[in-house]
Design a protein around this ligand. Sequence first.
Ligand code: NAP
Length: 483
Amino acid sequence: MADNANTATANIGVVGLAVMGSNLARNLASREGNTVAVFNRSPERTRTLTTEHPEANFVASETIEDFVNSLSKPRTAIIMVQAGAGTDAVIDQLTNLFEPGDIIVDGGNALFTDTIRREKAVSATGIHFVGAGISGGEEGALKGPSIMPGGSAESYKTLGPILASIAAVAEGEPCVTHVGTDGAGHFVKMIHNGIEYADMQLIAEAYDLLRRNAGLTPAEIADVFAEWNKGELESYLIEITAEVLRQVDAKTGKPLVDVILDQAGSKGTGVWTVQNALALGVPVSGIAEAVFARSLSSHPEQRAAAAGMPGPASPVAVTDREAFIEDVRRALYASKIIAYSQGFDAIRAGAEEFNWTIDLGAVSRIWRGGCIIRAQFLNRIADAYAESPNLSALLTAPYFAEAITSSQEAWRRVVVSATVTGIPAPAFSSSLAYYDGLRAERLPAALVQGQRDFFGAHTYGRVDLPGVFHTLWSGDRTEIEMN
Ligand SMILES: NC(=O)c1ccc[n+]([C@@H]2O[C@H](COP(=O)([O-])OP(=O)(O)OC[C@H]3O[C@@H](n4cnc5c(N)ncnc54)[C@H](OP(=O)(O)O)[C@@H]3O)[C@@H](O)[C@H]2O)c1
């Protein structure tokens, strides 16, 4: 390894060679024109990678100094280490050795506010810092992920072609775009993950309804999903759902889904999405219900305590299976439109709050390949923003409005069916409530505002007059105009 050190031959480097880093390094090395330097805190990982993949011709180093010296200028290094303290430690090491104009990329799952902080500190030294969201898991890292870089436009000139060389390709376009400055890339990646939570929860609710209401077996539901995957719901998540449902457990001969413990875990990006959407005042109810559904599933003690509590006295069985399956498909599509509409709304609000210029159509295009939520549907979102870049709510774009209009009766029947049979469908029903809330001519918010004025003199506006008003609730209850 020392042979290669100090020769400055690599145009790109990767620090952190666990599953994501080593796959990304191999992906980079497989692309024409790239020579890839690699470094990992524990040298064993580096040795394993170089031994197992001689074809990659990695320039491997066992010290961070040799690694830095092996990079040609401007030096560009992608950090793929554990998010948090590990990332800060590596940034410190690189910042001490890099020179102005060099580029540090954090490809881990950092919280965007950490990225904003890091970008500020690193760019003060003249070194570029780019937080890049990378989606697609280990397979995506190896074969082509969807990449969401932030950072300066200047650093993207060097970085863009390198990232484009390894990104997934969808309809001839690489799934990477300069999302915006500083933390914009990690913010968009966070929302991507939030949407992923909602999409998965909606699919899980569809499965539960088909299984428990319509009495389909997991294998039959796999066939239904495989069929759906040929139409407007075509997506990676629908495709893998069919695969999971078809899988039979070798130990018991049962469907695998029946032997998997029904407690869903998470790594926290869904929680981040909801926390930030709350702070931005954007209702991402589909994502929030998905996060809560995972939390509920992971409280076995509460579930055991509530297990004997009654459900509906006489659940109504599904009589027309085919019609019910079609209703569920439509409810799933309508709810999915809501989830994406809410997610894009959160990106728009985040861009406003943090002064980013984010092209929402470009974001939808880079999600068409490589990432977990890749789907045909994203083309429709790209079309909607191409037609109307300042669309206030995605669901009102003509294509989506028409899809919801034609699905809403089915959607309502499915939510009713879930309610009367006692099957929880929180994402389906909250999406429908969001839709009904948004389209309502009058909302009971008027009453809430009246209550607020009663106990806290929080004032209200009137539908018929300009100005701000307060009723003297504890006096003679006349109304006064506030200045
Ligand atoms: N797994 C996924 O599907 C996925 C998808 C997208 C993004 N990501 C993100 O990609 C990053 C890498 O993920 P991963 O699953 O490959 O690895 P990981 O398990 O998150 O992290 C392990 C790597 O971090 C290094 N590391 C930890 N603390 C360090 C420190 N203080 N100084 C230097 N190196 C340190 C480890 O080095 P040692 O070998 O020396 O311990 C090892 O290379 C993470 O930020 C993750 O969130 C993961």
